[in-house]
Design a protein around this ligand. Structure first.
Ligand code: PLP
Length: 385
């Protein structure tokens, strides 16, 4: 194997293999029930697969337009207007991308120069910090308050400095499974009003909000929509995370700069799949019923955990259920996660990995985007601990 003979100075010296890869690998090695990584273990809709056959056989083999095929951009704009009340111009304000992570990364690449500050909330979804750092930015963290993971908007205001270029928001939130309220977003609107801060809003779980709550995102609030990149993922909405397809919507001024960066990176997202989603999006029920589908899974998992010494924290959105384990063990969550996998055959994600320094509270994150059989077997093992 060839070996690089020179000196290489890492731009991300603190980044190793992600915990998701580590836990999934460990789960496979020990034949454990994998409730760690956030992806569904069931098939996507057969209609969606039929459309894949149709469009992959339609001769759409060359580059689609850089911003995405017009029919899909129009479908996205219509959907966002009907759900959130903001009209985005499909020509200039919607771009189809190879996944939401790519959208967040590209938005940061568009905005951040060395020394710029970006506000992140901790616990933080794992891609944000490195995406800030790799562009020479400085992540400034605001803590979500345990155990309800609420946001102290006065602390957010205090964290903003003249160097603050952007803020990355995520609701419904991974890993906390919380959702922001309309009041939260109004507070944020007030905090950002007199600043030049651009908001990057990761709303990949926009359709997975439980207990009758309505998703509140940046497109519902004009004072936020005017300064935001809204980012979503077809992977989460249609249970096809491996297809890596997503999109971003933003005011024209922001999007023009974003497209300059996108143009020289991925340039386009997969062409045939764009037609697949454009057609499948006509079926509104597919996303409108997603919350009920996952709420049933959450409730099923919780029902099977009744009597367990794990203490469920509220899961108001996403497909994650956090469980506190103070009554079971004093171990670090990373140690317990490994022991649970090796000795008991259930894999979870230790929530401390979403922090720079492990917090004092002890919580594991379980993904319930799994078949009922898998959830029942996992819950049964957990209930014995
Ligand atoms: C908060 C959050 N953002 C983004 C993503 C990734 O989306 P995509 O696969 O479309 O890049 C995930 C996946 O787990 C996520 O949890």
């Amino acid at each position: 194997m060839p070996q690089f003979p020179g000196l290489l100075q890492s731009k991300l010296p603190n980044v190793g293999t992600t915990i998701f890869t580590v836990m999934s690998r460990l789960a496979a090695e020990h034949n454990a029930i994998n409730l760690s990584q956030g992806f569904p273990d069931f098939e996507c809709a057969p209609e969606l697969r039929a459309l894949v056959s149709k469009y992959f056989n339609a001769g759409l083999n060359q580059y689609p337009p850089m911003a995405g095929v017009p029919v899909l951009r129009e479908a996205i704009a219509e959907k966002m207007e009907s759900l959130y009340g903001t009209r985005y111009d499909p020509e200039h304000e919607v771009t189809v991308l190879p996944g939401a992570t790519y959208g967040i990364y590209t938005a940061l690449a568009t905005l951040i120069r060395p020394g710029d500050e970006v506000i992140l909330f901790e616990p933080t979804y794992d891609s944000y910090g490195p995406a800030v750092e790799v562009h020479g930015g400085k992540a400034v963290y605001v803590q979500m308050r345990y155990p309800d993971y609420s946001i102290d908007w006065a602390a957010v205001e205090a964290a903003i400095t003249p160097r603050t270029k952007a803020m990355v928001l995520n609701t419904p939130n991974n890993p906390t499974a919380t959702v922001l309220s309309a009041e939260d977003l109004r507070m944020l609107e007030g905090v950002l009003k007199k600043t030049n801060v651009v908001l990057i809003s990761d709303e990949v779980y926009e359709h997975i909000v439980f207990d009758g709550y309505k998703h509140q995102g940046v497109a519902c609030f004009p004072g936020l929509a005017e300064r935001s990149f809204f980012v979503s993922s077809f992977g989460k909405t249609y249970s096809v995370t491996g297809w890596k397809m997503g999109y971003v919507a933003a005011p024209r001024e922001l999007m023009a700069e974003f497209r300059k960066v996108h143009q020289f990176n991925a340039f386009v997202a997969n062409g045939p799949l764009q037609h697949v989603f454009a057609e499948y999006m006509k079926n509104r029920d597919a996303y409108l019923q997603l919350a009920a589908f996952y709420q049933k899974k959450r409730d099923f998992f919780l029902e099977h955990l009744k009597g367990s010494r794990f203490k469920p924290l509220p899961s108001r959105g996403t497909f994650f259920q956090n469980l506190a384990y103070d009554a079971i063990s004093d171990e670090k969550d990373t140690d317990l996660a490994i022991r649970l996998t090796k000795e008991h055959g259930v894999a979870a994600i230790p929530v401390s990995v979403f922090y720079r320094q492990p917090p004092t509270h002890r919580v594991l994150r379980f993904c319930f985007a799994k078949s009922e059989e898998t959830l029942a077997r996992g819950a049964e093992i957990l209930s014995r601990l």
